[in-house]
Design a protein around this ligand. Structure first.
Ligand code: ADP
Ligand code: MG
Length: 940
């Protein structure tokens, strides 16, 4: 058979075709070629084929680095061979050790390690001394061979039986035993205790496990054994366990290598490179799954015919190419294929029956390792070959030893190449010129022979000269590491539990929402009733707007908009071709908002005069619509008595007075004569009217901005506070005050109480204070403070900045909750508040924001559900189709608020088909539209 060298890959500096001893520099690789008696040419060719020159290794290293980068990148990660799986084991942004590696962990932990042909159970007791002197008891259970190819159920049942037997033999009096599961296969892990098996390897192929959560499978099997105190809390890869156990508090281990039956490597990547996870600061351990490297052909130029044949006999041909060159399970098989080929060529075992070599697995990796030993190796070779009935000669034994060395050396050299790729990658990602790291190593192949370590070290040194790697053999790596991770998982679980306790009162059940809906409905009825009206928390104020626009409105109007964030004056043209507007924004200084009523209205007139001047409207008397977004008892379209101020306004001498009258009086004081106020409109009504101009089905107005409120078209016969039974009238609900009579007290939390206490209208607008923009940031701020004080956030460090009222803006919620933008945004916002947020901190802050904004949306939906259901019943319909005109920055800009409102409303009022229409400048347009009809002398 032809065993010529495969051509070198392009870009490789060695001249092609020249046969020469591999890498002259690389003494550990050369020794196998210096053998004085190389025998027939085919034996040397075999040896040469198994020897990879340094130049080629360099190329392999480059390809591996490329594949790693692909695997880390969000766009290309599905095309990479190496999976680069995030493990959720992180280190501090300042680089001081693992966040998970807490020195205070204490207690007993069970570890189960699934290995090639056995299961190991350990009981590890951590004493809280920084894991210096853990007590470890363990037991090994041999696994029947057929289990690895049987059903998944049988495998997990077996593991669970091992656990049960082990526990029967140890003295342990802990009620609850947390278990860490070391599962050395590639899993898609989403949490420490949730991991779906992606695919089996290393000879395992149990049915019905791939794609399933192996933590759950193990827990179910354990429960079946009635070992009820054992709880699987963490799953980890063997590499991660090794890395953890080789780390001490003073000396972090940042890479771990497994060179056992299979091979794999994990390392601490810069969090920002791990694009599959939103962590951006610090480092996260990435499980490379490098056994898969080469599945795209990247190793094809070093594969020998023996490797190809071995691969074809496996259950996963074409897969895990790197592992099949390096992993222990395969080395015996590679040797068998080499011997078989040479025997066929009559280069070995001349005269013997060699058919035995056709049988799989007749040469074990252990035998190969024994054969390469300097002193006893020849004896081992003879014994092995004789047992196989191959009748070896002295020379056969010699050659077999050389071949075994070539196979093992190649494995070690490739492993060293992989390690060099990892180290160079880390060094580049950290932007360092030189780097020193500790590398934890475990696995029979590494520990079974010193030569393996020597080759590995020297190849790594040659290929990554900028890095100094200290190899640390892991003492009982995986087991101890797993116990540490388990301990930490437990701590995290208990923290989770405490966080849930803090947030529980803000999480409303469906029953809670139904109750809010029913209460709103009840308050609505009370507000509408003539006798009950005075004591209702939802005032249900008549607006004297009795219809929505029909599109025939025309004319020029002035409009005022007071009660939002800005005070505006508008000139509105309503024509056949639609509506055109010009407007100006005027500031109302706090001193005027909270000064005297006269000053406030004088200021408003001055603004109007300024506007008229700028717009060339001086001398014209245009009908004026006044959007006045405060609760008013309206006595006519142009007569509105202020009931109370909200949203930060508090001008004296206004409550109980007609706002139109106050405006007219101010005009007189300012000698402004061209003012014709025809309508006072609430912003909800304006919003409904402006959307109604485009959509005749719009019969509800909703505001969720600084405050929140709603209006809708009610049957006149239900409006007990206004004479007349015909038609409908728009009712300004003033629902922000819902709950002011105490009816919402059991859903109002302590955080809400703290927010309320510090407002200028404490005890008032309770519903609004759960929903609107003026308050959500404050609620979040109080929750964050509580979490800090319980040591659940920012490591419990006091946050003086966070004590400042209104420092946490509601618009932050929008940014923080925007999933696409990443946690970087959260960290930036928090940094501006002088808060150093870790990955977990950022996630927790996001969770708090989501909880608060979801509750706001749910409550808003419960209120709307009461409205639409009442409208449906009023009209005696099975199904109501209606549109809600909406305004308000919170509703419009928050990434999930509107969607949450719509979803919950659909759920609470399934018989109503509700469409939401965003209002564009409802206050201005709406006021003009109300004025348009009013000035025509036709009441709407
Ligand atoms: P108003 O209700 O006063 O007419 P807006 O509808 O513009 O005014 O609402 C202003 C409120 O919206 C502010 O109280 C602020 O808290 C909130 N807000 C501003 N920007 C955002 C944002 N990006 N996401 C969520 N809320 C915001
Ligand atoms: Mg507004």
């Amino acid at each position: 058979m032809a065993l010529s060298r495969l051509p070198l890959p392009p870009g490789c500096c060695a001249s092609s075709g020249r046969e020469r001893p591999a890498c002259g520099l690389l003494s550990p690789l050369r020794y196998q070629l210096n053998f004085p008696d190389c025998g027939p040419a085919c034996t040397s060719r075999a040896l040469l084929a198994l020897t990879v020159p340094l130049e080629t290794l360099q190329v392999v290293k480059g390809r591996m680095m490329q594949d790693m980068r692909k695997g880390l990148c969000r766009q290309t990660h599905t095309q990479a061979c190496m999976r680069m799986l995030p493990t959720f084991i992180c280190s501090m942004p300042d680089g001081t050790g693992y966040r998970l590696c807490f020195s205070a962990e204490k207690g007993s932990f069970l570890v189960v390690e699934l290995c090639q042909n056995y299961v190991r159970t350990l009981l590890v007791t951590l004493l809280g001394d920084g894991n210096r002197n853990p007590e470890v008891i363990y037991k090994i259970f041999d696994m029947p061979e057929d289990i690895v190819r049987g059903t998944g159920e049988a495998l997990f049942d077996f593991i669970a039986q091992c656990v049960k037997q082990f526990l029967a033999g140890v003295d342990i009096s802990q009620d609850r035993l947390p278990l860490g599961f070391v599962f050395p296969f590639s899993c898609r892990q989403t949490k420490l205790d949730k991991a779906e098996l992606i695919s089996w390897s290393k000879g395992f192929c149990c049915s019905d496990v791939e794609g399933k959560d192996v933590v759950e499978l193990l827990q179910v099997a354990i429960n079946k054994q009635e070992v009820y105190n054992v709880e699987v809390v963490a799953l980890l890869n063997d590499t991660v366990g090794t890395m953890m156990s080789c780390s001490t508090r003073d000396k972090a281990c940042e890479v771990a290598l497994i060179l056992g039956s299979g091979t794999n490597c994990c390392f601490m990547a810069e969090a920002r490179e791990v694009e599959m996870v939103e962590e951006t600061s610090g480092r996260m351990c990435v499980n490379t799954e490098w056994g898969l490297f080469g599945d795209d052909g990247a190793l094809s130029d070093i594969l020998t015919p023996y490797d190809v044949r071995l691969d074809q006999e496996t259950f996963n041909p074409g897969e895990r190419r790197f592992e099949k060159l390096v992993g222990g399970v395969y080395l015996g098989e590679i040797v068998r294929h080499v011997l078989m080929a040479l025997a066929v060529e009559k280069a070995l075992f001349i005269g013997s029956n060699v058919t035995i070599l056709r049988t799989k697995d007749v040469i074990s990796t252990q035998q190969v390792l024994d054969i390469i030993d300097h002193e006893e190796g020849m004896d081992a070779a003879r014994r092995t070959l004789e047992t196989l009935g191959l009748g070896p000669s002295e020379r056969d034994c010699c050659r077999v030893q050389q071949l075994c060395r070539a196979v093992v050396s190649r494995a070690a050299a490739l492993c060293g190449t992989g390690l060099a790729a990892i180290l160079t990658h880390m060094c580049q990602a950290r932007e360092m010129e030189q780097m020193a790291v500790n590398v934890g190593v475990d696995g029979v192949l590494y520990q079974g022979h010193t030569r393996v370590g020597e080759i590995l070290r020297s190849v790594t040194g040659l290929l990554a000269p900028e890095c100094t790697a200290t190899l640390l053999p892991s003492p009982d790596g995986t087991g101890l590491g797993a116990a540490i991770v388990t301990a930490v998982a437990l701590r995290l679980a208990s923290q989770r539990c405490q966080v849930d306790q803090v947030l529980a009162p803000l999480r409303l059940s469906r029953a809670d929402l139904e109750r809010v809906q029913a209460l709103m409905r009840q308050e609505m009825e009370l507000g509408l009733g003539q006798e009950t009206h005075a004591n209702a928390s939802v005032r249900m104020l008549p607006t004297y707007v009795c219809g929505t626009p029909d599109g025939s409105e025309k004319g020029e109007f002035l409009a005022l908009d007071l009660g939002g964030t800005n005070f505006r004056v508008l000139a509105v043209h309503v024509g056949k071709d639609g509506i055109r507007m010009a407007s100006d924004i005027y500031i109302i200084p706090t001193i005027i908002m909270q000064g005297t009523g006269e000053a406030l209205f004088d200021h408003i007139i001055e603004c109007i005069m300024d506007f008229q001047q700028k717009q060339d409207l001086v001398g014209q008397t245009l009908p004026l619509g006044f959007t006045f977004s405060f609760p008013c008892q309206q006595l006519g379209l142009d007569k509105a008595v202020l009931l109370n101020w909200t949203k930060g306004f508090n001008a004296t001498g206004c409550v109980g007075k007609d706002v139109v009258q106050m405006l007219r009086e101010a005009a007189q004081r300012k000698e402004h004569s061209g003012l014709k106020v025809v309508a006072v409109v609430n912003d909800t009504v304006g919003t409904m009217m402006s959307c109604g101009y485009d959509d005749p089905k719009c019969e509800i107005g909703l505001i969720v901005g600084t405050g929140t409120n709603a209006c809708y078209m009610e049957e006149m016969q239900n409006v007990g506070t206004v004479e007349g039974e015909q038609g409908r009238m728009c009712i300004n609900m003033e629902w922000g005050a819902f709950g002011d009579n105490g009816c919402l007290d059991d859903i109002i939390t302590n955080f809400d109480r703290l927010v309320d206490e510090k407002t200028i209208n404490a005890g008032k607008q309770r519903f609004e204070k759960l929903i609107s923009g003026m308050y959500l940031g404050e609620i979040v701020r109080h929750i964050l403070l509580a979490l800090v004080s319980k040591q659940l956030l920012f490591r419990g460090k006091p946050c003086p900045q966070l004590e400042t009222k209104d420092i946490f803006k509601t618009k932050f919620l929008s940014t923080i909750e925007c999933d696409g933008l990443g946690l970087q945004q959260v960290q930036t916002i928090l940094q501006d508040l002088e808060l150093q947020a870790s990955f977990e901190d950022s996630l927790l802050v996001r969770e708090v924001c989501k909880t608060v904004s979801l509750r706001a949306a749910q409550l808003c939906a419960a209120g709307l559900a009461a409205v639409v259901e009442k409208m449906r019943e009023n009209r005696g319909l099975d199904k109501l189709s209606v549109t809600v005109g909406v305004d308000g920055t919170l509703y419009k800009l928050h990434p999930c608020f509107s969607q949450n409102v719509q979803q919950v409303l659909q759920d609470l009022a399934p018989n109503c088909n509700v469409t939401f229409l965003l209002s564009e400048d409802g206050s201005g347009k709406g006021a003009a539209l109300v004025a348009a009809v009013a000035s025509r002398g036709v009441e709407l």
